[in-house]
Design a protein around this ligand. Structure first.
Ligand SMILES: Cc1cc2nc3c(=O)[nH]c(=O)nc-3n(C[C@H](O)[C@H](O)[C@H](O)COP(=O)(O)OP(=O)(O)OC[C@H]3O[C@@H](n4cnc5c(N)ncnc54)[C@H](O)[C@@H]3O)c2cc1C
Length: 370
């Protein structure tokens, strides 16, 4: 009989693992505590940036593995998931140069523009230094992508169950796992994939050793509803050269307007007891940024959304296996674009193949970051 896997968590990571495992003929059960499309975790909403512009070639390669899988998902389900809009990196000239070099080394198209050329092309967006246009960047339709992944997994035989909370996951004497649900049901399987996002710090320490410290924060981007929202590129404004917001600012057009956010600045929260009321001071700070740098949004009234980041000290992910338990965690605010490639990595681990050392449990953390 085909091996069985119970997947705890039906966000983009659990859904991706389900799709890739089901595609390999595994018997898959997904247990997700909330309803389809819920907004309590990290994967909801209308948009996430897809881009290849990482200074580190490792992540460029990972995004390049994800890209054909997103297209394959679209073909398999007939649902659009990724729209190419182009993406813009600007700010620190050194960072922009580094991104351009890594993109070129990967053989992917990129063009350096002057601020005047950028302003002509995207009048709503102000850049004052170097600008890198990365033609293959774009918008992942987040809610649609998660729904498509789960539909594709179900189409391949996975049992996808919403409204089922896993209360405990235990290893069995025979080397497998049993998931006990809040309703008292026991789901027995050969292996488990645990992809519980912001709930990782409360769930994973009982299951695996060597988990890096995980910081769960509530982030609060704003949507600006403007008529031309869907024509905006994805953009990242890198700190340096007179712009000093430490994590930078990102944004992109979406069906809900142009989304703009600071990266990883929100307060630490407990996902089960967080105040989802947006912080007015944080919103005011972001609006001040928009007035200076995004003149095309200045006249629109912003709408806040909240969402969870689960960050590791080194901002690398945790994708590893111990015994029958495979862990997908710590996506540090930049994991969505890679999800199907990470689903493949998880499926490899479940099948006993080695994982990526970079994403290993127990990896050394740089002392300054620990
Ligand atoms: C504001 C914001 C903007 C972002 N922008 C980008 C971007 O532009 N590009 C990009 O690549 N990435 C981006 N990210 C990051 C990306 O969205 C996340 O890395 C990704 O969504 C993490 O998915 P996940 O499956 O790990 O977590 P989640 O989506 O939170 O999924 C975990 C799931 O586990 C379920 N669960 C928890 N406990 C249990 C239990 N006991 N039993 C059953 N189910 C359980 C939860 O209900 C949840 O649905 C952004 C994130 C945020 C918050």
């Amino acid at each position: 009989m085909a091996p069985s896997t119970v997947i705890v968590g039906g966000g983009v990571m659990g859904a991706s693992a389900a799709w890739r495992l089901a595609a390999r003929g595994h018997r898959v059960t997904v247990l997700e505590r909330f309803g389809p499309g819920h907004d309590r975790g990290s994967s909801h909403g209308s948009s996430r940036i897809f881009r290849l512009t990482y200074a580190d070639p490792w992540y460029v390669r990972l995004a390049l593995r994800a890209l054909p899988l997103w297209r394959c998902l679209e073909e398999e389900t007939g649902r659009p998931v990724l729209t190419v809009t182009g993406a813009v990196d600007h700010g620190s000239p050194a960072t922009v140069r580094e991104l351009a070099a890594t993109l070129a080394a990967a053989g992917r198209p990129g063009a350096l523009l002057s601020p005047a050329q950028a302003a002509e092309r995207w009048p709503g967006l102000r850049a004052d230094t170097s600008v890198l246009l990365h033609a293959e960047g774009g918008r992942l339709h987040a809610d649609a992508a998660v729904a498509a992944l789960l539909a594709a997994a179900a189409g391949l035989g996975a049992d996808v169950r919403h409204g089922v909370r896993v209360r405990a996951l235990r290893r069995t004497g025979s080397g497998g796992v049993v998931a006990e649900t809040g309703a008292g049901e026991r789901v027995v399987a050969d292996t488990a994939v645990v992809a519980v996002g912001g709930w990782s710090p409360s769930v994973l320490p009982d299951l695996v050793d060597g988990l890096p410290p995980l910081r769960v924060t509530q982030e609060q981007p704003l949507h600006f509803a403007v008529d031309d929202a869907l024509r905006w590129p994805a953009f990242v404004h890198h700190p340096g050269a007179g712009f000093d917001e430490p994590g930078g600012v990102y944004g992109l057009g979406s069906a809900d307007g142009v989304k703009v956010g600071f990266h990883a600045v929100g307060p630490v929260v407990d996902p089960d007891h967080r105040d989802r009321t947006p912080d007015p001071l944080a919103a005011a700070r972001l609006e001040a940024y928009v007035r200076t740098w995004l003149p095309g949004l200045a006249s629109a009234a912003p709408e806040p959304v909240t969402c969870l980041y689960t960050s590791t000290p080194d901002h690398d992910f945790v994708v590893d296996r111990q015994g029958p338990v495979t862990v997908l965690a710590g996506f540090s605010g930049h994991g969505f674009k890679f999800a199907p490639a990470l689903g493949e990595l998880a499926a490899d681990l479940v099948e006993g193949r080695p994982g990526a050392r970079r994403f290993a449990l127990g990896r050394p953390m740089p002392a300054a970051l620990r």
